[in-house]
Design a protein around this ligand. Structure first.
Ligand code: MN
Length: 319
């Protein structure tokens, strides 16, 4: 167990049993996304629903979209979250009800804050590169921020680190002294790591961490990780060791464990059944809360609600 920097050696972190260092390899599952593509979903997972405030993680591709529509996600709403779009290949055009119209390419970040309501579409441009590959993540907004105004931020230039064995882009938060300009509302880390050897990264012991591999295979803290699964590392670490025999690419997630219980349903993150019912009703009746996405595409209808009440859930399965 490590101490926080600048703390006397005898002061230990007040970790709970579930916040100690661990190495749980959690299997993702395949989920159809629209009519054209399948994604691997790592969060929420059966046993771990969040890593810090990261509450959703889809890995799509690499897929050859030559002669195909590519990404086709018509206008749909969000509440209570931020969407983080990270491309490894291809291009995606984001349009939202604030009027944002932004093509994203690999190495850039799109981060959209839904606050109490926004809608957006995500489509491959008509002229597109052959390979589509990326991550779609959501960040849960804390209770005091979840009703804030919607916002959209595009960041073309992110800080990079290079130690010879790894080239790292800090997409969200701070790592090894490099800080992303992305606006987030909890203590959070998201970093892309291109690995060609062995390296160790200093991390915050008050964060829990997890890793997905997006290309190749890697060993993280001695555990083999390949695309499709999420390695949950717990909290209480001050360093994470990475190694790859060939080239590998990973995404490192971290954050202060998110203690609020969430209700996640469709594209909504709320705190109660009533939050979700109200958001669904507002979307279906075209309420002003969600605005209109330019482009004239038919919006996605919400699915039917389950017949049982949606229950708030903690960040991990109750032990
Ligand atoms: Mn979306």
């Amino acid at each position: 167990m490590s101490n926080l920097e600048g703390q006397p050696a005898e002061v230990e972190l007040p970790v709970e049993t579930d916040a100690a260092p661990c190495a749980e390899l959690l299997e993702g599952r395949d989920v159809p996304l629209g009519r054209y593509t399948v994604v691997r979903r790592s969060l929420p997972n059966k046993s771990r629903r969040t890593v810090g405030a990261w509450c959703f993680l889809d890995h799509f591709g690499p897929e050859d979209v030559t002669g195909k529509p590519g990404m086709r996600v018509p206008p749909h709403p969000h509440i209570g979250l931020q969407t983080v779009s990270w491309l490894l290949g291809g291009e995606v055009r984001h349009r939202d009800s604030l009027g944002s119209d932004q093509v994203i390419v690999p190495g850039q970040l799109n981060i959209m804050t839904s606050g109490r309501g926004i809608s957006h579409s995500e489509n491959s441009p008509s002229e597109k590169p052959p390979i589509l590959h990326g991550l779609q993540l959501w960040v849960a907004l804390p209770a005091e921020e979840r009703d804030r105004a919607a916002a959209f931020q595009h960041i073309a230039d992110l800080p990079e680190l290079d130690d010879g064995a790894a080239r790292i882009t800090v997409a969200v938060g701070e790592l090894e002294g490099a800080r992303s300009p992305a606006t987030v509302y909890s203590e959070l880390l998201g970093a892309d790591i291109r690995l060609a050897g062995s390296t160790g990264l200093r991390v915050r012991p008050d964060f829990e961490h997890a890793v997905v591999v997006t290309e190749g295979r890697a060993r993280v803290e001695g555990v083999d990780v390949a695309p499709g699964s999420l390695l949950y590392l717990g909290a209480g670490r001050d360093r994470i060791e990475f190694a790859a025999d060939g080239a590998a690419r990973l995404f490192l997630l971290g954050g202060v464990p998110f203690e609020e219980e969430l209700v996640m349903w469709w594209n909504f993150v709320g705190r109660s059944h009533e939050d979700i019912v109200a958001a669904r009703d507002d979307w279906m009746r075209g309420a002003e809360r969600f605005g209109t996405v330019p482009g004239g595409e038919q919006p996605l209808p919400a699915p039917g609600l389950p017949t049982t009440r949606l229950m708030p859930r903690p960040r991990h399965r109750r032990l």
